[in-house]
Unconditional design. Structure first.
Length: 374
């Protein structure tokens, strides 16, 4: 198939909020600096649902969504040296070129090399899409588009991993789990003995708890409006729970009272701007740090009294948990083979044909990640 157009199945989002349609799509061969990947397993993340909803200013339709996946390289374009056909890979929506101002700064995992193209659903080379249906272009998404049996990604957006790792599990290392772990280890740098608050006990919040436990946090307070989330959260390290609906006082006040003045670190893993405010304001005066992980819809804004920052609280955010994707995803895979949880976040397995049902399931309190066999 090298050098040829491949026709395969993909779930196409034609319009916001309209059911995805499984279509036969044509996937063009990779051009210079590009890699065509046979996607074997993809999970669904709430960010896919967010863009599909039409609330993402970068959402373009029609498109192929999906960004948490694993597969095997089918072929590579000219000049691609770091991966070859047959390599096991995880597509990375956060690229790492190692050459741009961002990559060289040593201060961030964001990369500037292909971001302008991935934000508008095309490839860097010719500013065109590699997906089409009978000649009509279909946009890429986040530089990954994993809801397709084959996808084309930039070579800076793919991490080569140990072929021993089960792809049906490590696909989760493409987004949610690293985001939570890295928010704790890289962005907040939680120290042993810290008191941590996690808002939202979905996959990302539970991965925050897992990361905080590994970092030696003394208390990990889980906050969720769905009490069904609490039992399972213990396995991931949550030591106490609060359901804001069961309290009359604002949740930040409840937490400050419980912790002798506030937590050392808090994490917002929902995407709700009023919870972001509560997460900042439940932090301890003088040093408490709050990390925004959740993605809030277009047009939403955060607010607090500046006095909160003047008195030493710190407000931060994180993308992909601050991990440098190509360099660090392979080590996360190795860590999975030894210690970090991944299987525990997979609550459902389905096939690509059932993708709409899979999205419905995500609204269900019991669901963490659904993995689709392509
Ligand atoms: P999820 O929907 O599984 O989890 C959210 C949890 O928040 C649920 O348990 C829900 O019951 C709870 N919740 C909702 N409203 C609440 C409220 N007002 N107070 C307390 N709890 C509330 O989602 P997820 O897959 O874990 O993702 C979480 C967020 O992280 C999403 O916004 C997603 O887009 C974002 N995300 C960001 C990054 C990044 O790089 N920054 C990466 C992955 C995901
Ligand atoms: N297009 C959205 C932004 C969405 C967003 O913030 N994405 C996160 C990853 S979420 C993964 O589930 C991210 O990495 N952001 C950094 C970046 O460069 O996009 C919007 O609202 O505009
Ligand atoms: Zn995601």
């Amino acid at each position: 198939t090298q050098g040829q157009v491949i026709t395969c199945k993909a779930a196409v989002a034609w319009e916001p909020n309209k059911p995805l349609v499984i279509e036969d799509v044509q996937v063009a061969p990779p051009q210079a600096g590009e890699v065509r990947v046979k996607v074997l397993y993809t999970a669904l993340c709430h960010t896919d649902a967010y863009t599909w909803s039409g609330k993402d200013p970068e959402g373009l339709f029609p498109c192929v969504l999906g960004h948490e996946a694993a597969g095997i390289v089918e072929s590579v374009g000219e000049g691609v040296t770091e991966v070859k056909a047959g390599d096991h890979v995880i597509p990375c929506y956060q690229a790492e070129c190692r050459e741009c101002k961002f990559c060289k700064s040593g201060k961030t995992n964001l990369c500037g090399k292909v971001r302008a193209a991935t934000g508008v659903g095309v490839m860097m080379n010719d500013r065109k899409s590699r997906f089409s249906i009978n000649g009509k272009p279909i946009y890429h998404f986040m530089g990954t588009s994993t809801f397709s049996q084959y996808t084309v990604v930039h070579d800076v957006s793919v991490a080569k991993i140990d072929p021993v790792a089960p792809l049906e599990k490590v696909c989760l290392l493409g987004c949610g789990v690293p985001t939570g772990l890295g928010a704790v280890w890289n962005t907040a740098k939680v120290e042993p003995g810290s008191i941590v608050a996690v808002f939202g006990l979905g996959t990302v919040g539970l991965a925050v708890a897992e990361g905080a436990k590994a970092a030696g946090a003394s208390r990990i307070i889980g906050i969720d409006i769905d009490s069904k989330k609490f039992d399972r959260a213990k396995i991931f390290g949550v030591t106490e729970f609060i359901n804001p609906k069961e309290h009359e006082k604002p949740i930040q006040q409840v937490i400050v009272d419980l912790t002798d003045g506030g937590v050392d670190y808090s994490f917002e893993c929902i995407g709700n701007v009023s919870v972001m405010r509560a997460a900042l304001e439940c932090c301890h005066k003088g040093w408490g740090t709050s990390v925004i992980v959740g993605v809030a819809a277009s047009g939403q804004e955060i607010s607090t009294r500046p006095f909160q920052l003047v008195t030493g609280r710190v407000w931060k955010g994180t993308a992909f948990g601050g991990f440098k994707s190509r360099s660090q995803v392979p080590s996360l895979v190795d860590k999975y083979l030894k210690e970090i949880k991944v299987d525990e976040y997979i609550t459902h397995n389905m096939t690509l044909a059932d993708i709409n049902k899979a999205f419905d399931l995500m609204h269900d309190g019991d669901c963490l990640r659904v993995v689709l066999n392509m």
